[in-house]
Design a protein around this ligand. Structure first.
Ligand code: NAD
Length: 483
């Protein structure tokens, strides 16, 4: 199986290779097969990419917004027409089951391009009456933006960053995760086909040092990172050094609270979505499932039965529900956490092992009787490992849910509408769900608080993060000067 791109980088509308850059592979984690070989960007390649973005940005910003939007909407149509091909590419790069990538990855990217394509022409400033004089504001693009991606949703991440950036007149240099380099290149080619001028969207490959070089470049106005908290601290600090705008979409250890009056079948389904979708490799996962003690036994019975019935295997088979971890390293990390859970005395209900000997498969794993101080209840595992904790009291569970450095997401299951809103209002999380979990439509702002990040992607909120305001004072009378 091969998914070799024409070259490693896409700069100024041209496939670009520089064999001097360190070679790295894209591996299909279900089998260990190398599907593509690429080279990391050398400093010369990074320089060319930023030069291309600088050269293209002003002309792009000067185009009528409706024209910019049309290009993005055309790209959305092309993505939808090629959904199957792009989903296979995403599955090969990440190992995520085709059953998911067919509906969740390129599709979500297309939604972002369509949404921000439509949004572009609606952006306006304000007029401010000042008695005799007046002022008005202009919404301007920031300039050259850098996007840096994680490996779990490569196509969605690049589209969630490129769509608002480009819609509002910025240019972008995007660096995908070194584990999943392919779909950003596919997007670059599609945007070109949709009519995007050369240089407005560029892709360079590489490890953290390439991302760091991009963030350091003084011509870069903004950085948007999706990644872990430790990387976020470094990138945010580097952005601060250059007084650059920053959006940080980082990790989480989100609570999902199931009250005694919840619809238990729905709650079980949501808890599984919140822990096993994408083999648990989702930043907003509800990995601390707090279940009211009165429904705990029934919840665990239903959950175990449904978890044991899950189909794990070849992600290219559309019947497969859970695929492998993205890499051997990630698998080893997840298995390490499972061992730690056992050692700390959590009760293993099901799963708990590597599946087979080929590929990076970890069984969906369910721990009950987890307590707040256990490592599996405190650290982001990023694998199919659910921790179920008990609670009795509403105020107590809210305090425990908030007792974490993270604040990305949270969920509440209850039929009591007052309680649902009362609890959500007290949860320290940027994105909350009531009687649902992990749904992230492009219309809704998404992002975290506390160590989980700053800024928001999607929705109207994204405008704030990819534009700046220029205020213009208009003097309409004589200048009153004391001199
Ligand atoms: P990571 O932090 O290891 O890497 C993220 C990206 O940053 C990669 O492209 C990497 O090459 C780059 N990078 C690393 N060091 C850098 C540096 N010093 N300067 C610039 N760039 C640098 O994260 P990962 O392992 O790829 O992804 C998993 C993490 O991402 C998890 O913690 C997960 O929660 C988080 N995540 C968050 C969201 C969100 O929207 N909040 C979404 C997906 C994943």
């Amino acid at each position: 199986m091969r998914a070799q791109p024409k070259a490693s980088h896409f700069i100024a509308g041209t496939w670009t290779e520089d064999q001097a850059g360190a070679r790295f592979d894209s591996v299909f984690p279900a089998t260990g097969e190398v599907v593509a070989q690429l080279h990391a960007a050398t400093p010369e390649v990074v320089e060319r990419a930023v030069n291309a973005a600088v050269a293209a940005q002003k002309d792009w910003a000067a185009r009528p917004p409706v024209e910019r939007g049309r290009v993005l909407r055309r790209a959305a149509d092309i993505i939808r027409a090629r959904n199957h091909e792009l989903s296979v590419l995403e599955t090969l790069d990440t190992g995520k089951p085709l059953q998911e990538t067919l509906v969740a990855d390129a599709a979500s990217g297309a939604d972002a391009l369509e949404y921000f394509g439509g949004f572009a022409a609606t952006v306006t400033g304000q007029t401010i009456a000042l008695g005799q004089d007046m002022a008005y504001t202009l919404r301007e693009p920031l300039g050259v933006c850098v996007g840096i991606g994680a490996w779990n949703y490569p196509m969605q991440i690049v589209c969630w960053k490129a769509a608002p950036a480009l819609a509002f007149g910025n240019a972008m240099v995007f660096k995908p995760s070194e584990l999943t380099p392919l779909s950003a290149l596919a997007l670059a080619e599609i945007l070109q086909e949709a009519g995007l001028p050369d240089g407005v969207f560029n892709v360079v490959q590489g490890m953290g040092d390439v991302g760091a070089a991009l963030v350091r470049d003084p011509r870069v106005a903004k950085v948007s990172l999706t990644g872990s908290v430790p990387t976020g601290r470094k990138v945010y600090a580097a952005a601060a050094e250059g007084i650059k705008s920053a959006t940080m979409e980082l990790g989480g250890k989100s609570p999902l609270i199931i009250f005694e009056d919840a619809d238990l079948d729905n709650a079980v389904g949501a808890a599984m979505l919140a822990n096993f979708y994408s083999a648990g490799q989702i930043c907003s996962n509800g990995t601390r499932v707090f279940v009211h003690h009165r429904v705990k036994a029934a919840f665990l019975d239903k959950l175990a039965a449904r978890t044991e019935a899950v189909t794990m295997g070849d992600p290219l088979d559309e019947a497969t529900q859970i695929g492998p971890m993205v890499s051997e390293r990630q698998m080893a990390q997840v298995l390490g956490y499972i061992e730690q859970g056992k050692a700390e005395g959590a009760r293993m209900v099901c799963g708990g092992k590597r599946e087979g000997t080929t590929g990076c498969f970890v069984q969906p794993t369910l721990f009950a009787d987890v307590t707040d101080q256990m490592v599996i209840a405190r650290e982001e595992i990023f694998g199919p490992v659910m921790a179920v904790l008990d609670f009795e009291d509403e105020a107590d569970v809210i305090a425990r849910a908030n007792d974490t450095e993270y604040g990305l997401a949270a969920g509440v299951f209850t039929r009591d509408i007052s309680r649902a809103h009362r609890v959500v209002a007290q949860l320290e999380a940027g994105t909350c769900w009531i009687n649902a979990y992990n749904l992230t439509p492009v219309e809704m702002p998404f992002g975290g608080v506390k160590a989980s990040g700053v800024g928001r992607e999607n929705g109207h909120a994204a405008l704030e993060h990819y534009t700046r305001i220029k205020s213009v004072y208009l003097g309409l009378g004589d200048v009153e000067s004391p001199y």
